[in-house]
Design a protein around this ligand. Structure first.
Ligand SMILES: Nc1ncnc2c1ncn2[C@@H]1O[C@H](COP(=O)(O)OP(=O)(O)OP(=O)(O)O)[C@@H](O)[C@H]1O
Length: 766
């Protein structure tokens, strides 16, 4: 049965979409296309290519959400391997565990217990490794709608490719990627949103693929890349993806019901049913023969779509409870036994390589790194919770005995051993690299292994060191060039982010804030509400700010109250936008583009720079139009600091809320309580004692009191016979600057809460 090269329509689509002839792929080794090689020349960020993924007896168990207190095993002893330069389809009935399996391989599981062996090339992957050397295309597109396709790719390139790489090189890599993905036509088209159309669905999907490819990953995972696309567009997208395998990329995609032409693009297919493997092999005649002879499937009719035929049969069999029998039949088949034998062969190769690395580690210049590589080769996943391993917990676990552990190797034995010395030497060229490598050895002795899949960031630095050291040894991953030496140092490091925080912040501001500030959809709501509010206030209270007669005092107190209520209440308006951006934030954070704190600072600057500028105008309209007393600078600062707190409250509450409905209810509730307890609607002394304690934690109390003191203190008319107004509200002993200091302290506290929520509260449990 066919491959892409055998399928005329697949080949035509390849020519259309990629602009190069579709490549033959009978063998593993293929000549890279022109655009492909230029893309890799333009920036294979780490030089790690051709990774085989091996998995043996991979199981995954979570707390059952249907039967409380019980466990649900979603994957049961799944074994196999995915070859480099091949595209494998993971298929199966709905609910069979395809996405679970993909999440497990890509380290995206945030809960549950994993057992079995998983190796990428020669070693167990860590989170840092997976972020750097694998790409993941989510089922739903997560793009920045205000950017063009080129800007979106450049933005990702600047965040994900090494800082030391010259900008021109990043540009070349992005241009090559655009050519590769046939995105030239929409290069400068805005991505758009469902409300404001931009690029098409197929172009959006290819842009997403481009994002995953920005660091030229050795492995590409795609979760249902064709969902929501028509058959022609699906074929176009998958043909482009197929062409990536020619560079040695290992590609693994879950897919539902591909068209015949699309299905023919895959080299292999793995079928899951109820979390078990029921077939792993070639997709064509071999698959149909197997299902007919071993599973009792009816013969494939002439002209019938093979993928649909398979899926209809498998879904029916699964519903009839025959998944287990199909799995047993597969285990006994010669196909499964061949797969198992091949796995065992890879295991033997890996053991040899581990022994070689260990024997050469003693006393060599790059000894630390060698030793780390040897340990890395001998590691397998130990059964453990996938949730947040702390560094100290890791340090307490005993090291897995290398000799007993199961490991598999990449299919390049000679270059791997040579690469080992290259990598060690390369890394030892950078002083940091060498010392970090040595740390990696020490740390490894005290470390658990396996995909981190942890709930929290930075689930164990030592683990990261281990993988990096192994990587440098096994692949000789240090490219030549001026930025090669520092890359070597970083390869031996443990950081999960490629660029430093200040660089990420600059890139976020350069691409997203600058674009927002050019866009009326963004500016409009932020400009007009404040100006309109200021004009309404001015017209209502025009020129009465210097009138201290007793009948005017309540109006002035109410005006001060409105001036703090409006900016705080305005925070409600931010909630929907924050919630809509959550998918993008989660994806970019998974990809290691920036730290949660960097994102928070970016969002604050994004919102506050414009608000402080507009606020200068709107507060001036109020202050001078109403002829308020006291200091304008203080009035402006107080209002702006209150507004900043309001924005932060919205971010913190939205980050804490599981969905928009909860956030929409939570933010107004918190703000309404704060308004009631601010001291204007009910004097603080009159608030029931069981509520009064809360007034101390009420930001608006200090904002309003500060404005009142600014207006009424030291004015000759207000100060006649003491200051009855301030006395009435019990403010006579307070200092307005102290109030401002407290408001700024609140900003710090809300920032901490918002950061905590962004960094540690996960609503998307996988
Ligand atoms: N906590 C849980 N308790 C019990 N079952 C669960 C739990 N979490 C997931 N599942 C089940 O695990 C199975 C695997 O889900 P997964 O999303 O991987 O399936 P899938 O093959 O990708 O399905 P689809 O093709 O419909 O996307 C599903 O049947 C799901 O209902």
């Amino acid at each position: 049965m066919g491959t892409g090269a055998e399928s005329p329509s697949g080949q035509r689509a390849a020519e259309l979409a990629v602009g190069v002839k579709a490549e033959e792929h009978h063998g593993e080794q293929r000549e890279p296309s022109r655009t492909a090689s230029s893309f890799h020349r333009a920036g294979s960020a780490a030089g790690v290519r051709r990774l085989r993924i091996c998995f043996k007896d991979l199981s995954y168990t979570v707390d059952s959400n249907s039967n409380k207190g019980e466990k649900a095993q979603l994957l049961k002893e799944v074994s196999g391997y995915f070859e480099p330069a091949q595209m494998t389809a993971v298929m199966g009935p709905s609910g069979s565990g395809k996405t679970t399996f993909l999440d497990l391989l890509s380290g995206r599981k945030t809960q549950g217990a994993i057992s079995g062996t998983l190796l990428f090339g020669s070693y167990a992957p860590t989170r840092a490794f997976l972020r750097r050397y694998t790409g993941y295309v989510e089922q739903f597109d997560t793009l920045v709608d205000s950017l063009t396709v080129y800007e979106m790719l450049m933005y990702t390139a600047e965040l994900k490719r090494p800082l030391e790489e010259p900008l021109q090189r990043k540009r070349e890599a992005v241009e090559a990627l655009i050519a590769r993905l046939a995105l030239e036509k929409c290069r400068d088209v805005r991505i758009g949103s469902p409300l404001k159309r931009g690029i098409s669905g197929g172009q959006a999907k290819r842009t997403n693929v481009g994002i995953a490819l920005i660091t030229t990953p050795a492995v590409l995972f795609l979760d249902e890349p064709t969902s929501g696309l028509d058959s022609f567009t699906s074929l176009e997208v998958m043909t482009v993806v197929r062409s990536l395998a020619s560079d040695g990329t290992t590609i693994c995609a879950t897919i539902h019901s591909p068209s015949s032409a699309c299905f023919a693009l895959f080299d292999r297919v793995m079928v899951l049913a109820s979390g078990r493997t029921v077939y792993i092999g070639q997709p064509g005649v071999a698959a149909s023969d197997y299902l007919q002879h071993h599973c009792g499937c009816r013969p494939l009719a002439h002209g019938e779509n093979l993928a649909e035929w398979m899926m209809d049969f498998l879904t029916q069999a699964d519903r009839e409870g025959r998944s287990s029998a199909m799995h047993d039949a597969f285990v006994k088949s010669s196909l499964a036994q061949d797969t198992s034998r091949t796995l065992d062969r890879y295991l033997a190769e890996a053991r040899d390589r581990a022994a070689f690395a260990r024997s050469h580690s003693r006393g060599s210049a790059g000894g630390g790194l060698f030793a780390a590589a040897a340990e890395g080769l001998g590691r397998s996943i130990t059964p453990r919770k996938a949730s947040a391993p702390s560094a100290s917990a890791s340090a307490r676990s005993p090291p897995p005995p290398a000799a007993d552990a199961v490991a598999y190797a990449a299919p390049v034995p000679e270059t791997a051993t040579n690469g080992a010395s290259n990598g060690a030497n390369g890394a030892s060229n950078g002083a940091n690299g060498a010392s970090n490598g040595a740390n990696g050895v020490a740390a490894d002795g005290a470390n658990g292994a396996g995909p981190s899949g942890d709930g929290a960031e930075g689930g164990g630095n030592a683990e990261g060191l281990m993988a990096d050291a192994a990587e440098a040894c096994c692949f000789g991953a240090v490219p030549a060039g001026s930025w090669g030496a520092s890359l070597a140092a970083r390869l031996s490091g443990s950081e999960q982010y490629v660029t430093p925080w200040w660089w990420s912040l600059g890139v976020l501001l350069k691409y997203r804030t600058l674009r927002n500030y050019q866009c009326m959809d963004y500016l409009g709501p932020r400009l007009f509400d404040k100006i309109i509010f200021a004009l309404v206030i001015m017209s209502l209270y025009f020129g009465i700010g210097d009138n201290f007669k007793s009948e005017n005092v309540p109006s002035m107190a109410a005006l001060m109250y409105l001036c703090v209520a409006q900016p705080a209440w305005g925070a409600v308006a931010y909630v929907p936008a924050i919630m809509m951006e959550r998918g993008l934030y989660v994806r970019e954070r998974h990809d290691g583009l920036y730290r949660p704190l960097t994102y928070l600072i970016f969002k604050m600057l994004d919102e506050l720079l414009i608000n402080f500028a507009v606020g200068l105008g709107s507060t001036a309209i109020i202050f001078y139009g109403v002829q308020l007393q006291g200091s304008f600078a203080y009035f402006w600062l107080n209002c702006m600091c209150t507004l900043s707190n309001g924005v932060l409250i919205a971010y913190a509450m939205a980050a804490l809320s599981p969905n928009l409905d909860v956030a929409n209810a939570l933010v107004p509730t918190v703000l309404a309580i704060m308004l009631f307890l601010s001291g204007f609607l009910i004097r603080i002394e009159s608030i029931p004692v069981y509520w009064r304690w809360l007034t101390y934690a009420d930001l608006l109390r200090y904002s309003w009191q500060g404005l009142m003191i600014n207006q009424f203190r030291q004015h000759p008319e207000a100060e006649l016979a003491g200051n009855p107004i301030l006395e009435y509200y019990n403010l006579e002993s307070l200092d307005k600057w102290e109030m401002l200091g407290i408001i700024i302290a609140f900003f710090g506290a809300w920032s901490l809460l918002a950061w905590y929520a962004l960094a540690f509260v996960r609503h998307q449990k996988r």
